[in-house]
Ligand binder design. Sequence first.
Ligand code: SF4
Ligand code: SF4
Length: 372
Amino acid sequence: MSFTEFLQIPELAERYRKVKKYFFLRESAYDVTSACQLRCDGCYYFQGDKYKTRDNRDPEAWKAFFEQEKQRGITYVVLAGAEPALVPKVLKACYETIPLGTIASNGLKPIDASIRYKIHLSVWGDSKGDPQYRKYANGKPGPNCLPAQLRNYKNDDRVIFVYTFNNNNVEELDEVIARIYEEGHKLTFNVFSNPGENGSPLKVVDALKRTREKMIAAVEQYPETVIYSRYNAEVHTQALGLHDLFGCVYPRAQLIQGLQGVGISQSFRSYRTDLTHHAASDCCVPDIDCSDCRHYAAGSAIVSARLNQHVDSESKFRGWLDYVDTYLATWIMGYEKGSNLYFGPSSAGVSAQLRTESETSPRARVGDVQRV
Ligand code: SF4
Ligand code: SF4
């Protein structure tokens, strides 16, 4: 069957129409401060030298800067840092200029309710694990973020929790998901991706299969709480990272390969706190080792942009529709996720491309992956 024929199937056509409305989004990412209360193991921000830039603290300068970004065609912002909640005036300046976006936060300080961006609250483990993985800047065990996050964001419809699986915390999800369910919040998943320079003890070495099974069980047991799909779980728990599976679309990866960018790679920039950016680090997680990249934000762009790699079987197309539906429900205020359409690699297509770590032989070369 072809793409055109898949669209003759009513549930697939309806879902494709639903997600296609958001193809207009043009995203960029902004580190808005280098301050943070914590120093988490393998934090993506405190790697490389980007955190050494001098912060621009002038809200008027940020306002003018976001106006320029809007003129550049940016319709969607991802505000991260270190900890964006520590610079409320910058958040306000951005929201008043570009009203669609997401803030990535540790949730220890509430963000003003008037800022109607999605808020991604990061969770790294349960009440025992979280304080060990997420220490204070002085090296002491951290506060255990979840209770503070739940207090600060009770009944807040902007929030989605993001649980990052690492090599040691697969079972810790149980305590976390039960609390988030009780509070009526939503939860999605990330997979720890190793920073390139120093690496981290949390690097996923032998937990991919367990992580996948845990994700799928959570999707089935908590359908109202978990914003995820079976296809997401399969994609993010391969022995190969996203770049080797699909070919990363961010400027950083395109530049390394000497490719002319298309789509997001033409407009995406990753700005530092001094309002500068460099093409060589223009991706959503600039100090991650590309060969270990399973990051949820990276996947949102990479997999969503690779429709052409998902149209040679109905099973793959269903998986892609679930993935994009999940991505939009995670990142867009008010977008409701539909029921999942993909139930597993029943046809040869998906299972041939996506193999478990036990089955996967040496790394595919990047050049082997089909490009848009
Ligand atoms: S809270 Fe976020 S920015 Fe701060 S150290 Fe942890 S991961 Fe890094
Ligand atoms: S770290 Fe991930 S998102 Fe960034 S360039 Fe590499 S593969 Fe792409």
